[in-house]
Every structure is written in C-alpha cells, then in structure tokens.
Write a protein that binds this ligand. Structure first.
Ligand code: AP5
Length: 218
C-alpha cells in the first residue's frame, strides 16, 4: 500500500516517473492533466470549459479537479494505493484532499518532489512528444523515440500537446511558482516531502533515486 503525491513544476518528469513507478509497484497513476485532456477530446461540457483555460496555461477551478479526483479515488483499483500526478496544485486542493482521504480512512505516505530549473523545463516541454496510442512520453533530443517518427509500441502517432509551446509553458511555470510551490511548505510541516533532483540524470537514474527516497529499495 502506498499513497503518493508527485509534485514538481511542468516538465519535471512527473508523468515519466509515474510510468516507471506503475511498472514496478502496480500502483495506479491518477493524472488530473490526462483526465482533463480526455474530457477535452471527448467534447464534454467539462472539457469545453477546461480547453480554453489549459490553452492559456492557467489552472482549472479547484472544484472541478477535486470532483474528478474524489470520484477516481473511490474506484476499486485505488484500494491498494494511488499515485496523484498533477494534483493537488493549490493549498485549497490539498486541504480538500485531506478531508476526502480522512473520510476514506486513508492518508498520504509520501510527497515526491522533483526539482528541475525553469530553463531546462522550457526545453523539455517544447521537445516533448507523446504516443497517441500507448501514452509513452518521448523527447526529440533527450529521449528520442526509437523509430524516429514512431513509438516503441509500433504506432506512428506521436503528438505534441496544445499547451506545449514556449508562451504557455512560461505561464504554466508562473502558475506553479505562485499557486503550487506553497504545497512544499504545506506538506513539509507534515514531514512528508521527499526531494529528488530531477535533472542531470537519465529518467532511469532519477527513478533509482526516487525509489530510495520512497523506501522502495533497489
Ligand atoms: P498537467 O498535464 O498536469 O501538466 P504539468 O503539470 O504541466 O506537467 P507535465 O505533464 O507538462 O510534465 P511532467 O512533469 O509530467 O513531465 P514529463 O514526464 O512529461 O497539466 C496540464 C494543465 O491541466 C495545467 O496547466 C492546468 O491547466 C490543468 N490542470 C491539471 N491538473 C490540475 C489541477 N490539479 N488543478 C488545476 N488545473 C489542473 O516530462 C517532460 C519532458 O521531459 C518529456 O519529453 C520527457 O521525455 C522529458 N524528460 C523526463 N525526464 C527527463 C530527464 N531525467 N532528463 C531529460 N528529459 C526528461
């Protein structure tokens, strides 16, 4: 059982590490960004509202994402743990999460904080490509896909996110520093923050450091 929050700025590697952790622990990844993008793709009312906000790099209203996460945490596969990726992102979201978990008789075990400098984040995000079929995350320079324009799963459907341009990335970084970084103090006072440097190392090396920080051994 492991109830984990992945915290860090856009492009820090939260999604990349979540996939490695999922492979090694089986604990499901709950990404509010992925859930919102699915709603946008499905053209739901929620997706219609979220689309414009996400395109500008601002945060979707707290009530919207809290509702999504609460519903997801009640699903069966979360019974033996969960990995929250991109949530909470504001102090009110973190406070509501505490109430939800208390009702479920659960608590957060660790907050894994991935630290990367802003300029590297811009380079990472503008070069990111994601497989539209299996969801694998690549980078044109740092993690080039093995098939050039195709994924290791064989699909030729590498996509660039609508919010992965330099202007929006800088807005997202601003939102992180103003609204999300205060969570480091929020969880710090609860003794839950495990810091890992997310730069200067390959994803697999960051993963080794993360496992140690989380007490998962080698
Ligand atoms: P979301 O989808 O959560 O995006 P994000 O937080 O901005 O994070 P990213 O997905 O961009 O980055 P990541 O840390 O997962 O990095 P990755 O592993 O892909 O949110 C998008 C939007 O949705 C928000 O702006 C907001 O509008 C809305 N939203 C979502 N949640 C919300 C919430 N709770 N409240 C309100 N609004 C919300 O890696 C990035 C790149 O770097 C990849 O190309 C990867 O290959 C490469 N890389 C990874 N590790 C390394 C390494 N060690 N070395 C070199 N390159 C690496």
């Amino acid at each position: 059982m492991m109830n984990l929050i992945l915290l860090g700025p856009p492009g820090a590697g939260k999604g990349t590490q979540a996939k490695l952790l999922l492979d090694s622990t089986g604990v499901p990844q709950i990404s509010t960004g992925d859930m919102l993008r699915a709603a946008v793709a499905a053209g739901t009312e929620l997706g219609r509202q979220a689309k414009e906000i996400m395109a500008t790099g601002k945060l979707v209203p707290d009530e919207v994402v809290i509702g999504l996460v609460e519903e997801r945490l009640n699903q069966k596969d979360c019974a033996s743990g969960f990995m929250l990726d991109g949530f909470p992102r504001t102090v009110p979201q973190a406070e509501r999460l505490e109430l939800v978990l208390e009702r479920l008789g659960r608590a957060i075990d660790h907050v894994l904080l991935l630290e990367v400098e802003d300029e590297e984040l811009v380079a990472r995000i503008t070069g990111r490509r994601t497989c539209g079929v299996c969801g694998a995350i690549w980078h044109t320079v740092f993690m080039p896909p093995p098939e050039g324009d195709g994924c290791s799963c064989g699909a030729k459907d590498l996509q660039q996110r609508a919010d992965d341009n330099e202007v929006t990335v800088r807005q997202r970084l601003g939102a992180y520093h103003e609204q999300t970084a205060p969570l480091i103090g929020f969880y710090g006072t609860r003794g839950l923050v495990r810091k890992v440097r997310g730069t200067g190392k390959k994803p697999e090396e960051v993963f080794e450091a993360a496992k140690q920080a989380l007490g998962l051994g080698r």
